[in-house]
Design a protein around this ligand. Structure first.
Ligand code: PLP
Length: 472
């Protein structure tokens, strides 16, 4: 014990360490407090290792400084970081859903750091409305009379039900009481909005007569249809077509609300993705249609509400509209994304989500071969091969659809794929990959060509780690 106390005296003082030019340099790159915290942690660690007997001498000053620098860099890393999605799941909710188009990014860039006419009418020099920036173009693309954009589709549902059916009943099929994830369940949102859920039909079958019998004069505030985005009911099933619900709504003068979920603007059935489109929903006569901005629509996180002006106006005037309103960056990204849809064919190339879904198998094969070549440049001890794979749309859209894709499979003798997968996640720019039949599977559908170099760098880092591990 006596001896350990002696060794402790050799530990450098923090104040003294902070005069080291390497740490002074680090303090120019990052906040001083980050470097001081890192120094304190490393010193504490050395002290406890000596006290426990794990170390019998104080590491060299150079060693300590290097450890402090390394820890300080780790501590100054942003929590929200970019990463490479090699899973082949296009709309990965955990990985941020839709990537924005280039023009949307440019728009956000222009607006974010500057004043703007967010709520200002430039022509008249008077107060304007933030809703005006996107309402016209949404109308032009979808044919909707009016529109409002809010924080997300959950907020859209909440606002819509509150404004149209608070204190009233909303008739919904038992087959459509969806849970989207987390705490978003239609019955819960309904309760929060002050509307009362009137369930009709059975889980597998709901008929028009069920809706009709669910209607109560003076009490029914809306008929609601919810797209079962993330599941399908198969077998002995029946659901009522939107058009038939619309006729019923007209008969009773009750609005029909359709929660469409994914916001698909151009039919993707040619690519095996069988989801209803926004325009189809409006053509069926729905009074109000709701959808997410960051699913198949391919824009920023938001919820879009379109439909008849009288209903949308009610929502704009509702106090919750302020609670769930979007900021200038969302509007900037949304307006730019909407512009892409003025030309549907080019939208499929320019909106990343659509590009990734509609890309040809031949192109994916070429990309896989290019990635393999890029990875082989390093001459590390991995085995790379290209193979076909199954990708997904994801984000709770088209749950049954498998997109035929291409991948690079990576393996290494004597090292488990799980171990490599973990190391890939540890990168400065993490690579998120699947493990498939004991190999790493890198699906190229969701990897940009401009990210190939970063993927190669990740593998050369993994290579270094594996060599170091072996050496120890
Ligand atoms: C995804 C989805 C929602 C929730 O949308 P967010 O934008 O994630 O809030 C609501 N309803 C349906 C049918 C959905 O698919």
């Amino acid at each position: 014990m006596e001896n350990r106390q002696m060794i402790l005296r050799d530990i450098p003082k923090i104040d003294e360490l902070l005069f080291d030019e390497r740490l002074i340099f680090a303090m120019k790159e990052m906040p001083r407090s980050v470097v001081v915290d890192a120094a304190r942690e490393i010193i504490d660690q050395v002290r406890s290792e000596i006290l426990s007997g794990a170390k019998t001498s104080v590491p060299s000053r150079d060693c300590i400084i290097a450890d402090v620098c390394k820890l300080a860099v780790e501590k100054s890393r942003r929590s929200l970081r970019r990463l490479i999605n090699a899973t082949g799941v296009v709309l990965h909710t955990n990985l941020g859903r839709a990537n924005l188009s280039r023009t949307a990014i440019e728009s956000v860039n222009r607006i974010a750091g500057s004043y703007s006419n967010l709520e200002y009418d430039i022509k008249n020099g008077t107060r304007g409305s933030r809703h005006d920036h996107i309402e016209k173009i949404i109308g032009k693309i979808t044919g909707a009379e009016a529109a409002i954009v809010v924080n997300n589709n959950a907020a859209a549902t909440m606002l819509c039900l509150s404004a149209l059916a608070c204190g009233k009943e909303v008739v919904v099929s038992r087959g459509e009481l969806v849970e989207i994830g987390g705490s978003f369940r239609i019955p819960d949102i309904m309760k929060q909005s002050g509307a009362h859920l009137r369930e009709v039909g059975a889980t597998n079958k709901t008929k028009l007569s069920d809706y009709e019998q669910g209607y109560v004069s003076e009490l029914t505030g809306a008929f609601m249809k919810v797209h079962t985005s993330n599941y399908r009911i198969m077998g002995f099933t029946q659901e009522v077509q939107l058009g038939d619900m619309v006729k019923l709504g007209e008969k009773f003068s009750v609005p029909v609300v359709y929660d469409l979920g994914s916001g698909l603007m151009v039919s993707l059935s040619r690519y095996g993705v069988d989801e209803p489109t926004v325009v189809d929903a409006l053509h069926s006569g729905a009074d109000v249609v709701l959808f997410s901005g960051d699913k198949l629509f391919g824009g920023p996180q938001c919820g879009v509400i379109i439909g008849k002006r009288e209903y949308i106006e009610k929502m704009k005037r509702h106090p919750l509209a302020r609670v769930v309103r979007v900021d200038k960056m969302t509007l900037a990204a949304m307006e730019a994304t909407l512009y892409e849809y003025l030309d549907m064919e080019s939208a499929k190339k320019r909106i990343p989500v659509l590009q990734m879904i509609t890309v040809s198998e031949k192109e994916l094969q070429r990309k896989a071969e290019a990635l393999k070549l890029c990875l082989e440049q390093d001459g590390s001890m991995f085995t790379f091969e290209t193979a076909t794979c199954e990708d997904q749309v994801g984000g709770g859209s088209a749950p049954m659809t498998k997109l035929p894709g291409y991948a690079v499979l990576v393996s290494r003798d004597g090292v488990s794929a799980e171990h490599i997968e973990r190391l890939l996640r540890n990168m400065e720019t993490p690579v998120i990959a699947r493990v498939f039949h004991e190999k790493i599977l890198l699906s190229v559908r969701t990897i940009g060509e401009d990210e190939f170099f970063a993927v190669a760098e990740a593998f050369s880092y993994v290579n270094t780690c594996l060599i170091e591990e072996k050496g120890v």
